[in-house]
Design a protein around this ligand. Structure first.
Ligand SMILES: *Cc1c(COP(=O)(O)O)cnc(C)c1O
Length: 225
């Protein structure tokens, strides 16, 4: 797989939308990431803290690192000083831990709230009413070092395009509701909708994605050890 042409192909597809590419580099080596970097790619996504940290240390410092996988509260401290955006916030406990580590590092960490849209029980995330109660809570209001900048979701793993479209359309409508209910302030600014992966990113773009998270179509099939 040629990384540079993979990126060019995706960019060709998404350039007509207001959408950016997060290249998902999990399981791929430093050399593959450097190839993407040399092609101009700066946003990279990882799903494991223990993989993201050594890559951050080894690679150029203008890379923006996106945490896209389920994150345990006790591991936030290892990425708090550099992470650009955490896509996978799925509990208040995690959000308050991110805030605590952001305070220690004297920064504000941008977060997306993960919404459960797939039929699979295994996928993490909030439903719409849980998002309202979280964002309306006084406890949330006290977290001064996090900023919620949007939503992230994963569709059901299926070939059924209509089903995927319906799931993306449902997260987009929640996104729009939140955007009108919470005008931008220092704590909430509904700017980013992170939906779409290798198999469904074109549907996601049609449904209003602002960030697609793509691994396989750029780097090739992953070789899980
Ligand atoms: C692995 C992963 C992706 C990328 O998946 P591909 O099918 O390789 O494009 C996107 N989002 C999340 C949360 C992932 O874990």
């Amino acid at each position: 797989m040629n990384v540079k042409s993979g990126i060019a192909e995706i960019q060709g597809h998404i350039s007509k939308y207001n959408c950016r590419l997060v290249a998902v580099s999990k399981t791929y080596p430093i050399e593959a990431i450097m190839e993407a970097y040399e092609a101009g790619q700066r946003d990279f996504g990882e799903n494991k803290v223990q993989e993201m940290v050594p890559k951050f240390e080894a690679l150029p410092k203008d890379i923006r690192w996106h945490m896209i996988g389920h994150l345990q509260s006790n591991k936030v401290k290892y990425i708090a000083h550099f992470v650009h955006l955490i896509h996978s916030v799925d509990s208040f406990k995690l959000l308050s831990e991110i805030n605590k580590e952001a305070v220690k590092n004297n920064r504000v960490i941008s977060c997306l709230l993960q919404m459960h849209i797939a039929e699979e029980e295994t996928k993490y995330g909030f439903d719409e009413s849980e998002l309202f109660s979280l964002l309306d809570s006084p406890e949330f209001n006290k977290l001064n070092n996090i900023k919620v900048v949007g939503l992230m979701g994963m569709a059901t793993f299926t070939d059924d395009k209509e089903k995927i479209k319906a799931e993306f359309s449902s997260i987009k409508s929640t996104f729009d509701v939140l955007k009108s209910k919470y005008p931008s302030d220092s704590k909430i600014s509904m700017l980013e909708l992170s939906i779409g992966m290798s198999n469904d990113f074109l549907i996601a773009c049609e449904q209003g994605s602002t960030m697609v998270r793509i691994g396989t179509s750029i780097f090739g099939k992953r070789d899980y050890k």
